[in-house]
Design a protein around this ligand. Sequence first.
Ligand code: ADP
Ligand code: ZN
Ligand code: ZN
Length: 767
Amino acid sequence: MKAAFMHELYADIILPVAVRGRFTYAVPAKLASVAAVGVRAMVQFGSKRLYSGIIAGLHDDKPELEKIREIVDISDPVPVVDKTQLSFWRWLADYYMCTEGEIMNAAVPAALFPEGSTLIPPVQRYKPREETFIELTNPFSEKDLNSLLDGLGKAPAQAQVLNTLLSLTAYEEGSDPAAVPKSLLLKESDSTPGAISALEKKGIIRQLSLSVGRLKSYESKAESLRRLSISQDTAFISVKKHFETKDTVLLHGVTSSGKTEIYIHLIEEQMKKGKQVLYMLPEIALTTQIILRLQKHFGSVTGVYHSRFNEQEKVEIWRRVAEKDPSRGYRLILGVRSSIFLPFTDLGLVIVDEEHDGSYKQQDPAPRYHARDSAIVLAGLHGSKTLLGSASPSIESYSNAVAGKYGLVKLTQRYGMINLPHIILANSREAYRKKLMVSHFTPELLNAIDGALGRNEQVMLFRNRRGFSPYIQCSECGWIPVCANCAVNLTYHKNPGRMVCHYCGYTSPIPTRCGNCGSTGLSTRGFGTEKIEDEIKIVFPGARVGRMDQDTTRGKNAFARLIKAFEEHQLDILIGTQMISKGLDFENLTVVGILDADSMLNFPDFRAHERSFQLMEQVSGRAGRRKKQGRVIIQTADPSNRIIRLVLNHDYEGLYKMQAADRQAFGYPPFLRMIKISLKHKDRSLLNTLADKLGDELRSYFGNRMLGPEYPVVSQIQTYYIKTIIIKAGKEKPLSKAKEKIREAITGLEKEKGSGGIRIAVDVDPF
Ligand code: ADP
Ligand code: ZN
Ligand code: ZN
């Protein structure tokens, strides 16, 4: 029957394009039964291209368009996202001034959701992998089992398998027999498939095929929680008390005060309620250590999510998070910034550890979101709470806590009453002058390393710069090799012997002559982690040295390998960039060296002081966490620097007061909001003209709250020249007005003739 009285159905679809808005398509009658919110739909957009998008809404309001296209196909009626996620995307797109399509691209694993192409993309089907499991055929009684085992007296391999199965499943008389993966059983019982077949033939066990994740599952018996100390318990209760009246609580606890242990207790409560928990960390490196701590207690309901997983694995995690059956899904997700996009069904709590960390902010490409701030919104959409944790909170979060918007809970003691590390300032300028430096090491640092190695303890050396030398310079004329695409000095990497641009990845051979005067008098300047590694090996030839930075951790398991090697004391000294600064917990690490505090402090950014303090406090926090007080040697040319004085006394309050006063005086967040507009063009003079135009337009509205256009510190990247405009928006007016004005001005400029080739990016809260 032709659907004569059926009303027409329209779908608003999110497409993976950088055009704002949702796009309305008609739902053809043949697809009406499968069209639903959250379902993927294939549509034509533009002249030829077919795109796969997501239906965000269905309605019967005929749009006022001349021609309404129809949805081409819906190949899978199962929704990939739910309404909560769609609301979350909409909030993100509004707040961060990007399109919902950009959010969708960042959120949904590509394998689940093929991006548009000119051909109809075959919807890549995700195939669950089958795995063989073993279980007991019957709920045998204690007596049955004993006689079975007696009967296996002549077959020790079979007895071993049976015993291992019983212990892996923690079998108790009368309980339902649980299944364990065959591979695990073989490994744990150290026997052969033959023994398993034999037991199967005897009718004691059976094999069954179950679809499982491609990911490792961790089937070990849950260990009970550790008892909280009195101060931990007080903090734990106080967090919960605050949650009665506040949605967000900041846990400000010094390094090694046992914040993680408090998180674990909070997670346990949510698990008991059958809720999901999202536990966020800023760095993949951190997940490898914490995951073990979590799995000990929570077992296989614990999953990890980060960008190093391949697309198939991401789909697998996605499915497990969406799984409503608690026995098969993930209830606890440990993840980095992108984990806010996972399809949680029943989120009870979000924990953002190291909440001050800059890695929570995505810089490029869009969506340029802040995962901490977004997580708070996500929790709100689920009617749940957020706990922020840090030893040195961001000025933003702390000021929210001071203002009473967030609850504030403090832990001022390290667990086990161990003192905070003793900080020693080593004056590198003086040491250079007195010719006491050995390579880049002050006598104070060398002494401390020597002492630690002598006591068979471990050392960590921090330098926030990878590579060998930040640059090479001609000693005759001062020439420095720069990137062919960017206005950036090339960094000298000794292994492999190349000059590398840290902005675009461009590499070139190491020059043997000056590119300007032809002199061969080229010398390396400054030092990076690679050089430290070389030098420390010369000074301490007997020490086993490892290095952890972007160059040594490219593979998926590289972090885990290095951390394990350090944990198991196969390494005495670990050198690294900010990757080693946070969260890691090593029992035997007693000495930490910060090689060049000055380069952090002098970074041209309004957050440089806050960040330096946090970095130094974090790195210091790695030392002496278990048995005795650690020692931290900070090398600086300026020991009287006010930030260094604060680090010396672990004085966060002092830092907060100083920073808050500065930011209030100079008009920076959290007292004003910031929006950054970057314009890029290959043609420098066109860029100038267009940036000035946009600047004039915006100035007419924002007045002196608009700064620029200016060349940023790095004014050229990958053959594009860059100019930036900063808008400082007061808190007295809603930000939406300012955003509307910015959008209008940008659209106006893009429509103008001669504006082709310009690329404009907007970054809300660009820090
Ligand atoms: P933070 O997260 O504040 O840096 P952690 O939770 O990592 O601190 O705790 C620091 C160290 O103290 C860890 O080695 C941890 O295992 C130990 N620890 C903390 N709380 C307890 C507790 N209640 N019982 C036993 N050990 C604890
Ligand atoms: Zn020269
Ligand atoms: Zn470059």
